[in-house]
Each structure stands twice: as C-alpha cells, then as structure tokens.
Design a protein around this ligand. Structure first.
Ligand SMILES: Nc1ncnc2c1ncn2[C@@H]1O[C@H](COP(=O)(O)OP(=O)(O)OP(=O)(O)O)[C@@H](O)[C@H]1O
Ligand SMILES: [Mg+2]
Length: 1079
C-alpha cells in the first residue's frame, strides 16, 4: 500500500506567524512580539520569505533528532514549521537536482548561534547525502575539521564561551549525485591581539588551556611546559576555567579530530611545539640598561625561558636574543641597526607571538584544506557555508570592529542585491509585471569605506605608507578632509559642524552611519593594527629555526628572497579577501540564516526585547520583510493552493477535474477576491497582501469547522446505526440462545418429574404385591404351625403315658453329663505349664464343680511334681532330701538359713584321703566320713577360737588338730543330746553332751563356729536319726546355757556394733556369761 502523504502547510498550527512576511500590521513591535511569542513556545526559527531567523535558545532542544531530519527530508520549504533543516534541505536539493551552487550566509552578533547553525547545516547535509565507506570518510573529515579550528580559533569572551575569533567560509563540494567529495576552507582575520592580551573576564584561545590541562606529563616535559596556568603571562587567570567546559577532554577530542582529518603524528606535535613556543614567549621579560650614548637598551631578564624556546624551536639563542635587542632597517643597499628600548622589545615580543600564532592558524587551515581537498578534477557542485562575525557595536570600537562592520556592510549589500535579483527573476519566470521596489541601498556606505581613491581604507593605507610622522591623529585629520561631506561619515570636524564643532562627538573618534546603525570608532591603534609590523630581524630569526614548521611560516625571513617592498597592510588584505568572497558568493544561490541573541546572560528562557530590537534593526530584518513584501507578499504553486482552499467553493470541492490554475481561478472568482489583490503567474499564484491570505485562511478554518461538523454528523449517525444494528443482531442471538436454554430446562424438568412419578407408582405397585405375597406366606406359615401344634398335641396326648415318670432324671443326668464333658474338654485346653511353681489354674465354671476343680488342681500339681522328681538321680535326690530336712529344721527360724539354700551340701570339704598330711588320721578312722571340715572351736575359758578338723562319721564325732591331724576328742553320737544355736545370722553352735558319757564329755559342751552351720547341723541331725532312731533336739534361741566342766555358762547373742567388722566376735565376760556380738 502506498504511503499516505499528509499534506501540511506552514500555515497549520502556527504560533504567531511562521513567516514574518505575513505579519499584519508590520512594525518593529509586532515583529518583536511575534519572535517573542514563538521563542516562548520553543519555536526558535521564523521565516522572512526564504530567510531563516534563528533565536538562540541557550539550551538543547529536541528538534535536531534523526527523526526530525527524516521529517524535513524532501519536504517543501513551507510545508512544515520553520526550521534550519528546511533551509538546509531546500539548499541541498536545489544543488543536487537543479545544479545550482548554493551558499549559506549565517550572520548575527557574537553568541547569536552562527557557529552552531553552520554545524547544524553541515550535519543535516551529511545525514541526507549519499552513503558509503568513502563518502562517510569525507563527511567525517569535513565535520571533524570543526573541533580543530574551534580549538585554535575560538575563545571564551564575555559574550560567548565559545566565540569564533575568525571568520570562516567553507565550500563543501559534491559530485553530480550529490555525494560529498571534499571541501575548501577560507579564514578571515583571526583576532590575533588576543594571543598577548585578553580583556577582563575573557580567555586566550582554547588550545592553550586544553594543552596545559589535557597533555600527558610526558608531552608537557617534551614541550618544556608546566601544567600551572599561572606560570604564563599570556594566559588570563581570572577566567581560566569555563563552566561546563572540560578542557582536558576537549584536548583529546581535538587530537582525535586531527588524526581523523589526516594530520600526521609529527605534524600534530610540531603544531603543539609552536603553541608551546608562543606561550613561553610571553614569559620573556626585559629590563633597561643604559648605554654610553645615553640611549636605553633592553636586556632579557632571565635567559632561561629564551633558552628553552630556542631548544624547542631549534633557533640559535644568540640570533633570537639579538633580534629582541636590535632593529635593522634596510633601504637601498643600506643597513642601519638601532637598539630597541624596553617598550620596543616588548612590542617586538608580542608582535612575534601574534604573528607566530596567526600564521600557525593559517597554516592549519591550509593543512586541513589539503586533507579535505576533493580528489577528482571533474566539475563539482558547491555549497558554501559562511560563519562570519556579525555586526559589532561596542563601547570602544577599534580597527577590528571597523573591518568586521565593513564585511557585514558588504554582506548586506550582496543580500539586497541577491534578494532583489531573485525576486526579479521569479517575477520574470512567472511572467508577472515587475513593480519598482523602494529600498535602502547601502552601496554608498561600502563606497565610503572601500573606494580606492578616497575610501577610509585607502586613506589609512596612504597614511601608513606616508613618510614622516604618522599617528592616528594625522589619519583622522585626513579623514576629516576627505570624507567630511559624506552623509554617512561624522566626526567632530565633519560637514555638519564645519564651522561649529559637533560636541556630541568625542575627540579622536569618527562615526559611520552603517546600514544597521551608527558606530563610533576610536582612531587609536588604527595605524599600528593596519601596519601589522613584525621587525625583519625577528622574521629572519624565525626563518633560521631548525623547526621546519616555524621556518615555513616565515618565508619572508629568507635573506635570498629579500623584499624591500612593504607587505600589504591588514586593511588592504582584508578588503581583497572580502572582494574575493563577494565574487564567490555572487555566483551562488544565497540562503540566509539570521541569528539573534535573546539575552546577554547566555541564559535560556530570557527574551530581552531591547536587545533583540537592536539586533533586528542592525540586521535590517524589517527592511528585509519590506523588500520581500514590496511586490507580492505571498506566493504559492497552484496545486498546493488549490488543495488547501478547494473546500471554499462548490465547483472545486471535493474534486477539481481540470488543471490546477483554472481551479484556482474559479475559486478566487467565486470568493470575490478583488482582482488587484492577486496575479496569476506561470506556476504560482501571487497574493499582494497578507490580509487576503488571512481572509482565505479564516474562510478555510470556518469551512473546515463546518466540514468537521458534517463529518462528525455523518460519522456519529453511522456509528449509532452500526451500534444499533450490532445490538439488534446481538439481541436476536441472545434471545434464540435463551429460548433454547429455557426449553431445554423445561424439558429436563418434565422428564425428571415423569421419572419421579413413574418410580413412585412402580414402588407403590411393587410394595402392594409384596404386601400381598407376605400376607399369603404368613397365612401359610400360620396354618403349618397350627397344624404342627395340633399334630404335636395329638402325639403327646398319645405318648404321654409312656415317658413322663423318669424323663426328669434322665434329662438331669444327660445335662450334667454334657456339662461335665464340656468342662473336661475345656480344662484340657486350658491346662497350665508343667512347672511345679506355676500357680496358674483355670477359674471354676460352675459352683457345683468346686470340690472337683480343687481336687483336680491338687492331683495335677502332685502329678507334675512327681514328673519333676522323676527326672532326679539318686545322689541328687539325697541332696534334695537333705536340703528338705534343712528347710524343715531352719526355715523361718534361723536368719542364716536363706544364705545356705544356694550352697550345695558337700560334706567332705577336707579331702583327708588325698592329703598325705592326714594319713594317720585317715588310718585311725574306719567308718565313712560324712563331714570333714575345719571349724573354729571356741575356747571355753576365754572365748577365743582355735581351728579344728571336725569329722562326722556314722557313729562318732571327732575333733582333730588341723596341723598334725592328731585326734583331740572323740564323741559317740549317742552322747550328743542337743545342739543349740542363735536365731541370728551367725555360725555359732553348741553341741551339748551327756553329763556322764565319754571321756571327751568331761570337759563339758563344745562351742563352735562354722561357715557351713546349716549343713553340719542338718547332717548331724540326719545321722543321729538314722543311727539312734532318735530325733536330735535342735534349740534355736538367742540365749542358752552350756556346761563348761563344772560351770553353767550362758551364751548370749547380742547385736554387735559395726566397728568390729562383719565377723561375729565371741568374748567370755565372766564365769556365767559368754557374749557373742553379731554384726
Ligand atoms: N540552536 C541552538 N541550540 C542550542 N544552543 C545553541 C544553539 N545555537 C547556539 N546555542 C548556544 O549558544 C552558544 C553560542 O553559539 P555560537 O558559538 O554558535 O555563537 P556565534 O554566533 O558563533 O558567536 P561568535 O560570533 O562569538 O562566534 C553556543 O555555545 C550554544 O551554547
Ligand atoms: Mg561562532
């Protein structure tokens, strides 16, 4: 799909008027108000016809983006709101498509934005022209020449932080396709006085500060420089730092730009060496020294700086030193050397610094030109961009202002000439009758300045070349004579005050009434500045430098080419270069950018009306509008005109079939526009008065509103109807869906209701049948039961007589039998374990089985005990019998008993048979030994104990010495009457004997203590029983009597205290008491 092109016009969305030509009424006030209104709305550009007026916004606006470039690309000049891009586009297309060389003339006062404007034009052209590696390199070189020239040619002034201190004209060359090929730069009048002195609040050229801030230590050392600005007399210190400017970073940018532009490393270094030399020149100081002839001679104060300069530049120190002290004048083969006084020496030093710097600058321009020069010989199309200082009116205006204003005067002239010429050409082209235009022609002022015979510049030159004393005053006198009658020249002695001094004018001043206003010039310095003298000794010294760049800067110093003719003066040089420039411009199609500075504060948003008014006046902008409006104020091609206004007439709206011109004719007739208000050209309609155009615009606006209403009306109607149709369609769809849904729901309901009813009915029917069937069944059962009972009754009635008598007993027996049977069967399953100590026994099920149950338990226990005993051997049985006997004798009677239960009864603890020691003892005993053990026999007299072997045989009890085995006593068992012991946990026991018995008994009863008391007592009892058939009396008591010989002694057991240890102790207390302490 083809892109829809939106036709717009400058007249759309206008803030104020975009083109001053349309301003109504036209006067200074409306002009300024219009500019201000637009400036307040960020519209910094306004047209005067094809001239762009630009007001410096002092802040970055978002109107230079790549999108903006695209917007303005290939659009008609008046199509979009005024913009510098529109002018650039027009110029570029005209150059490319119509093969017309262009020049863009940018004027305005310092800080008005000329340099920025020139860069914007260049960047726009670079953005829209052809692309490709080679083309891009050319573009890059052209663009990068700016930072280099700005570093060397711009400085901070009170008016502008980046003020161009030189005029610049750059020709950009294109091939037939519009691709850039290269360029040529011309520079005009660098303000070289700045090198040695800067006004308060201003700086020297940027490069000095950039070098000192941005160079590496190594480079500084090489250049013999120090980073400290205050070391250099030529650098003003009060404003060495500029806000928002990073000198160090800019230095890198400049070095980089130099590289891109094509400077070789050694060239860039040479340039910096010259810069360093200029800086250091400022530090050379002189002192007076009297000479014999009474004249003052100057001497260099400190030669160190001079030495370093000479090292840096390769000049012989003595040569340079001499050049600072002497001046040689050569005239017709005569050489006269005069000494310089201190003032002259300083003059010479500064002149050298200024010359060195300005020549370096020119060399830089030439060097850049060499790089950006087009590489082909084919014919080129050219676009020139002129960024030149605008008109300057200061409080003190000097030679520089004079020259600058002269240049502007020339530019104004060419502007008038070209504008008129263009206007005239257009009229001829369009076949419109030419009407005379009244305007102020400033040729007369140009003539006052540049006339070869009596122009001011010619007078100045004449004065400079004249022999004899020449001063600024003599020059003014001359002017007073020659120019007195000129109507644009005034001085204290000029025509209107020939007989009466004009006291409004100060002395030593003259005033020129420039096209842009009156300017008062101080004559002081005119002669000097015009002469621009550099003593020949210095230029010769420079030529002798080893530094090739410096040498090449001073060709006149070459003695071989000595030229006694004076070099051309600054004024005549400038005049010549301006003339060349004008010639150059005249061959090109001019495009104007008029820059205006809105305030003196470099601040955004401030619009100082007085300041702007002043600029508008001297830029002659109102004049400009008047010239433009002199004939016809507005013109437009037929097609866009018809397109814009066709809605105002029925025949042309909405479509006009015929040619556009006829359409416009019909349109204008219909609108009844007076015939004198317009003319028909070949391709354009010319409207004489802006009023007519505004009337058309008003009508169009009104009509557009009507049309908009109509469109709105139709659109609203269409929208409502569409909406209604959509609603209706939706409603039908919704209704259909709803009906369907409702029917579905109803059907579901009916269906489920039918099912419920059905199921109820079926249920009811089934229940009814079931009830009937159940009733039938019960009836049948009842009949059967009745029948059975009936039969039963009958049978019982019949048989009763046979079994009624013993039925009860039988039933009882049977029941009992069944119960007992069941009891036994259950008991069988519930039997406890066979362990004799198991106490479990099932509970009794019936009370009447109680005795049976107990009996059964007893029998079972006896049986399982027997079963247990059956497992024993005879020997074991014997042991158990003994243990049983012991239990019967001592259980619960003697505290020692429980500890003996676990001890197996061994009897023969002493193995007499085996021990040879007891051989005699063994031989003496023939019977079986039942006990052989060592016991403690208690001494009857003192209660102390002695070990004795205690032997029990079937019939006797023997005591023998433990060591020798010799029998000490022998008691037959029949003599033993009783055994006594305590109930406590001790091993003491007494063996009571018959009083008249054996021999042993004569000493009385025995008292022993043994570890195996229970075993011994038991065995003694058993043996006695088996031998004598009598039960041995065993008395257990804590107090008993024993017979010791004749005495009856009471053995008393008491609870001993623990300190005696765990062994019971025995003590004979007196004749009657023997006390045993049991722990
Ligand atoms: N279009 C712009 N947009 C934003 N800022 C601008 C514009 N034009 C100018 N300026 C600001 O104004 C300052 C001065 O502009 P510029 O250096 O172009 O002035 P000039 O007319 O060249 O002055 P001089 O005659 O002293 O060289 C710029 O440094 C910039 O800050
Ligand atoms: Mg500038």
């Amino acid at each position: 799909m083809a892109k829809m092109e939106v036709k717009t016009s400058l007249l759309d969305n206008m803030i104020g008027v975009g083109d001053m030509v349309l301003l109504e009424p036209l006067n200074e006030e409306t002009f300024i108000n219009n500019l201000k209104k637009r400036f307040d709305h960020n519209e910094i550009y306004t047209y005067i016809g094809s001239v762009v007026v630009s007001v410096n916004p002092y802040r970055s606006l978002p109107i230079y983006s790549p999108e903006k470039v695209e917007d303005y690309r290939n659009r008609n000049f008046y199509e979009l709101s005024p913009h510098i891009f529109a002018l650039s586009d027009e110029a570029y297309r005209s150059l490319r498509d119509q093969d017309k060389d262009q020049c863009i003339l940018i004027t305005g006062e310092s800080g008005a934005g000329k340099t920025e404007a020139s860069k914007l034009v260049m960047s726009y052209v670079a953005a829209v022209c052809g692309k490709g590696a080679e083309v891009n390199q050319v573009k890059e070189q052209l663009l990068q020449s700016n930072p280099v020239l700005e570093a060397f040619g711009n400085a901070k002034t009170v008016r502008n932080d980046n003020s161009s201190r030189f005029g610049k004209y750059m020709d950009i060359e294109f091939d037939f396709k519009g691709d850039p090929l290269g360029g040529v730069i011309s520079n005009y009048l660098l303000e070289k006085s700045r090198v040695v002195k800067q006004p308060r609040g201003e700086r020297n050229f940027h490069v000095f500060y950039q070098l000192l801030s941005g160079a590496s230590e190594e480079l500084l050392n090489k250049l013999k420089l120090e980073r400290d600005f205050s070391r250099y007399n030529y650098l003003s210190l009060d404003s060495a730092k500029v806000n928002g400017v990073d000198d160090a970073a800019n230095f890198r940018t400049v070095r980089n730009a130099m590289q891109i532009v094509g400077f070789m490393d050694h060239e860039a270094e040479s340039v910096l060496e010259v810069v360093a030399a200029v800086l250091k020149l400022g530090n050379i100081e002189f002192k007076p020294e009297s000479r014999v002839n009474g004249l003052d001679e100057s001497k260099i104060k400190d030669k160190n700086e001079l030495k370093e300069i000479c090292e840096l530049t390769g000049i012989d120190q003595s040569v340079l030193e001499r050049a600072f002290s002497f001046r040689t004048v050569e005239a017709k083969q005569e050489k006269v050397s005069t000494t310089l006084n201190v003032a002259q020496a300083y003059y010479a030093r500064d002149a050298l610094a200024k010359n060195l710097y300005s020549r370096l600058f020119s060399w830089l321009v030439n060097r850049i030109n060499e790089s950006i020069k087009a590489q082909t010989k084919v014919r080129k199309k050219v676009m020139g961009v002129l960024d030149i200082y605008g008109f300057e009116i200061f409080e003190d205006n000097s030679f520089e202002q004079f020259i600058i204003n002269y240049c502007n005067e020339k530019l104004q002239q060419i502007f008038i000439e070209l504008t008129l010429k263009e206007e005239q050409e257009e009229y001829i082209r369009e076949d419109i009758e030419w009407t005379h235009i009244d305007y102020f022609n400033n040729a007369i002022i140009c003539d006052l300045i540049e006339n070869n015979t009596n122009g001011i510049l010619a007078m100045l030159d004449e004065e400079c070349l004249r022999p004899g004393t020449v001063t600024d005053e003599t020059f003014l006198e001359k002017l007073n004579q020659v120019c007195a009658t000129h109507q644009h020249f005034e001085s204290r002695m000029s025509k209107c005050s020939r007989f009466l001094n004009d006291t409004s004018l100060p002395h030593s001043c003259f005033r020129i009434q420039h096209y842009a206003g009156k300017v008062l010039y101080q004559v002081e310095g005119f002669v000097d500045k015009n002469n621009d003298l550099l003593y020949r000794d210095l230029s010769q010294a420079m030529w002798k430098a080893g530094h090739t760049l410096i040498k090449s800067l001073f060709p006149e110093g070459n003695p071989a080419k000595i030229n006694l003719k004076r070099p051309p003066t600054a004024g005549s040089q400038f005049k010549a270069s301006v003339a060349t420039l004008m010639k150059n411009l005249q061959t090109k199609n001019p495009n104007y950018i008029r820059c205006i500075k809105p305030n003196d504060k470099k601040a955004a948003h401030i619009f100082n009306e007085a300041l702007v008014c002043h600029q508008i006046r001297y830029l002659g902008l109102l004049e400009n509008v008047r010239v433009r409006r002199a004939g016809y104020a507005f013109r437009q091609a037929y097609e866009p005109c018809l397109e814009r206004y066709k809605m105002l007439c029925k025949q042309t709206w909405p479509h006009w079939k015929g040619p556009a011109r006829a359409g416009v004719e019909v349109l204008f007739n219909e609108l009844e526009i007076p015939v004198e208000e317009y003319s028909f050209g070949r391709s354009k309609i010319f409207i004489r008065n802006p009023r007519t155009l505004f009337k058309l615009e008003d009508l169009r606006k009104q009509r557009l509103e009507d049309l908009a209403t109509l469109i709105q009306k139709i659109y609203r109607g269409w929208k409502c109807r569409t909406h209604f149709l959509l609603m209706r369609k939706s409603q039908i769809v919704i209704a259909a869906w709803y009906r369907r849904y409702a029917q579905q729901k109803r059907y579901q309901q009916i269906k489920s209701s039918a099912l419920v009813i059905q199921s109820y009915i079926r249920g009811w029917k089934a229940r009814k049948i079931l009830r009937e069937l159940k009733h039938q069944k019960r009836c049948e059962e009842a009949a059967t039961t009745i029948a059975a009972y009936w039969h039963g009754t009958q049978v019982r009635r019949e048989y009763r007589k046979f079994f009624r008598a013993n039925a009860g007993k039988k039933i009882y027996e049977f029941t009992i039998q069944r119960i007992v049977q069941k009891y036994f069967l259950e008991m069988k399953n519930k039997m406890p374990s066979l362990s004799p100590i198991d106490k479990n026994w099932p509970s009794r099920p019936y009370l009447f089985l109680d005795s049976t149950h107990k009996e059964l338990k007893r029998i079972f226990h006896l049986w399982r005990c027997k079963k247990y005993r059956d497992q024993f051997t005879d020997q074991k049985k014997l042991i158990y019998e003994e243990k049983l006997e012991a239990s019967e004798l001592f259980k619960d009677k003697k505290a020692l008993y429980p500890s003996s239960v676990g001890q197996p009864f061994q009897g023969a603890y002493l193995e007499i048979n085996k021990n040879p020691k007891y051989k005699k003892l063994k031989d003496a005993i023939e019977e079986k030994i039942i006990i052989a053990e060592v016991v403690n026999k208690i001494n009857r007299a003192n209660g102390k104990s002695t070990s004795r072997i205690f032997l029990l045989t079937n019939n006797n009890l023997l005591l023998a010495d433990q060591k020798s085995g010799q029998i000490k006593s022998e008691v037959p068992l029949v003599d033993v009457t009783k055994v006594s012991m305590s109930s406590q946990n001790d091993g003491f026991f007494a063996i009571h004997l018959k009083e008249q018995g054996s021999e042993a008994a004569s000493k009385g009863d025995f008292l022993f203590s043994s570890e195996h008391l229970i075993e011994m007592a038991t065995k003694l009892y058993r043996t006695t029983l088996s031998q004598t058939k009598q039960k041995l009396n065993i008395e257990i008591s804590d107090e008993f009597l024993v017979q010791f010989r004749q005495d009856k002694v009471c053995v008393k057991f008491i609870q001993g205290n623990q300190k005696n240890g765990s062994v019971p102790t025995c003590k004979r207390k007196n004749n009657r008491l023997l006390e045993v302490a049991v722990p």
